[in-house]
Design a protein around this ligand. Structure first.
Ligand code: FAD
Length: 482
């Protein structure tokens, strides 16, 4: 008997497993593939995901293998530097192939005690009052208290639950692969530059050892996207768009992706939840899908752990849907808008030119940059201080940094007054007395995901908010640090 079975060992499932392990939850990750796939989908991490890794002390290993790039130019690929003084300690994009991200997340999940079983495909599930039974393709039955479907866009879990997945099917398809080319690099660069003036879904980017990452529009939408395209298909489409196939040969891998855009109607059905691509799919414009999944897991992990530990207040687990569903809906909308702006039709091209002009206004540029980086998100916690519902950026404190205090994934009262107390919740919430020139409110209460649950200086007011996020008080002393 496990506490939680996570179906799917992609970035969402692996991040969730690590978060659950922070709280001692017994977690099993079931992954269908026997080996990691070679396909590189996501190429990087945006600021909020970088912050999330930093909040859990995992960032250094990603920084060691990634490369920092300027944060601008991500909205529909419109070349515009990001505004200055972004509200984050990580105002960059971390270039890192998804295969590396997946490997690092798997290593970390294993280190903190998650069990990952490869070659295990979930094919059935049923739930009752006390738990969930998962059935694997070899007939094995496994039991857990909760199950989370992190099994990607074609999610078996979502289908078994019968959760609706409304939206639009793919209308355009793009070929993506890695291969060698005989054309000289200067020719490749010159031709690509010319083609990209009109067709943005086109590119041959060198990735070392004479290998290129090739992107080119497909001739149509494939009936079955799980069948990979052929090298001949790439050659033909390259000739169609560039007049040459650059002598492509020796493919490492070939794939295709569409622009289907869909959002699950519900993220929770009883003891089964959905996260990541299982809950939402959209085109990769702006590079947001993996980031969104990691951030779903970050929102869900502590809530599910609280439920299992028995202290979750009523409604906490349901707040996962309430908070994350609108965030995904917003990402879907911005990718729809970006896809329009990538069209070669005169109308969308005119809108693109207009938006390019508007990006000269700092507020417009900041708004769209924060949207892509996911640092502008504010959950609806009701009326209150302007920080309420927002995630707190990393702050320099007199003794260290804020994010260094959040590795254990507990609640945190950062108290600049020294006069507050978390007595009654000290087993779930740390109380740190310290100060920062970057924080102009006397104290903030942070949830385990770093979102501001309360800001102020009044002890009674604070105590009024604690149960909403941390459940009932227990008779334990405040173990203040500082
Ligand atoms: C071309 C392309 C480029 C992209 N670029 C970016 C980018 O730059 N930035 C970004 O943020 N996102 C990007 N994305 C999106 C990103 O790749 C996905 O959003 C991300 O992989 C979703 O993670 P996930 O863990 O939710 O799902 P997945 O990565 O799909 O993982 C699901 C896992 O579940 C397993 N599985 C499936 N069914 C079962 C089952 N029944 N039982 C057990 N296991 C199962 C699968 O084998 C898989 O390992 C891109 C996508 C594409 C196609």
């Amino acid at each position: 008997m496990f506490d939680v079975i996570v179906a799917g060992g992609g970035p969402t499932g692996l991040m969730l497993a690590s978060e659950l392990r922070l709280h001692g939850v017994r977690v099993l990750v079931l992954e269908r593939e026997t080996e990691p796939v070679p396909y590189v989908r996501a190429l990087g991490l945006h600021a909020r995901s970088i912050e999330v890794l930093d909040q859990r002390g995992m960032l250094d290993r990603f920084l060691a293998l990634g490369q920092r790039y300027p944060a601008g130019g991500f909205f529909a690929g419109i070349a515009k530097p990001a505004p200055e003084r972004l509200d984050t300690a990580h105002p960059y994009v971390l270039g890192i192939p998804q295969t590396t991200t997946d490997r690092l997340l798997a290593e970390h999940a294993t280190e903190v005690g998650a069990e990952i079983r490869r070659g295990c495909e979930l094919v059935g599930l049923r739930q009752d009052d006390s738990g969930v039974t998962a059935e694997l393709s070899d007939g094995t039955q496994l039991r857990s208290r909760y199950l989370v479907g992190c099994d990607g866009g074609r999610s078996t879990v979502r289908k078994l639950l019968g959760v609706g997945f409304p939206g639009e099917p793919s209308r355009v398809e793009t070929l993506l692969g890695e291969m060698e080319a005989t054309a000289p690099p200067e020719t490749v660069t010159a031709v690509v530059t010319e083609v990209r003036k009109t067709e943005k879904r086109f590119g041959l980017g060198p990735i070392g050892d004479g290998v290129y990452r090739v992107v080119v529009p497909a001739a149509g939408v494939a009936e079955d996207r799980s069948i990979p395209p052929t090298l001949e298909e790439f050659s033909r489409q390259l000739r169609t768009y560039a007049g040459t196939d650059f002598g492509v040969h020796s493919p490492r891998w070939l794939s295709r992706f569409g622009d289907a855009t869909r959002l699950a109607e519900r993220y929770r059905v009883g003891r089964v939840l959905l996260a990541g691509d299982a809950a939402h799919i959209h085109p990769p414009t702006g590079g947001q899908g993996l980031n969104l999944g990691i951030q779903d897991a970050f929102n869900l992990g502590w809530k599910l752990a609280a439920e299992i530990d028995g202290w979750a207040p009523h409604g906490l687990l349901d707040s996962y849907h309430t908070e994350r569903h609108p965030v995904a809906a917003d990402v879907l909308d911005n990718t729809r808008a970006q896809m329009e702006l990538l069209s070669t039709e005169p109308g969308p091209q005119a809108v693109r030119r207009l938006l390019s002009e508007l990006l000269a206004f700092d507020d417009v540029n900041r708004y769209l940059t924060e949207k892509i980086m996911a640092i502008g998100i504010r959950y609806d916690f009701g009326e209150g201080h302007e920080l309420l519902g927002r995630r707190m950026r990393d702050l320099r404190l007199q003794r260290g940094r804020l994010y260094e205090l959040t590795h254990a994934g507990r609640g945190l009262l950062l108290d600049q007054t020294g006069g507050l107390s978390v007595a009654g919740w000290a087993d779930r919430v740390d109380h740190v007395v310290d100060s920062s020139t970057e924080l102009d409110v006397p104290a903030v209460l942070l949830r385990p995901d770093g979102h501001v649950a309360w800001a102020g200086e009044d002890q009674e007011d604070l105590l009024g908010q604690m149960p909403r996020w941390f459940g009932a008080a227990r008779d334990e002393p405040d173990t203040t640090v500082g």
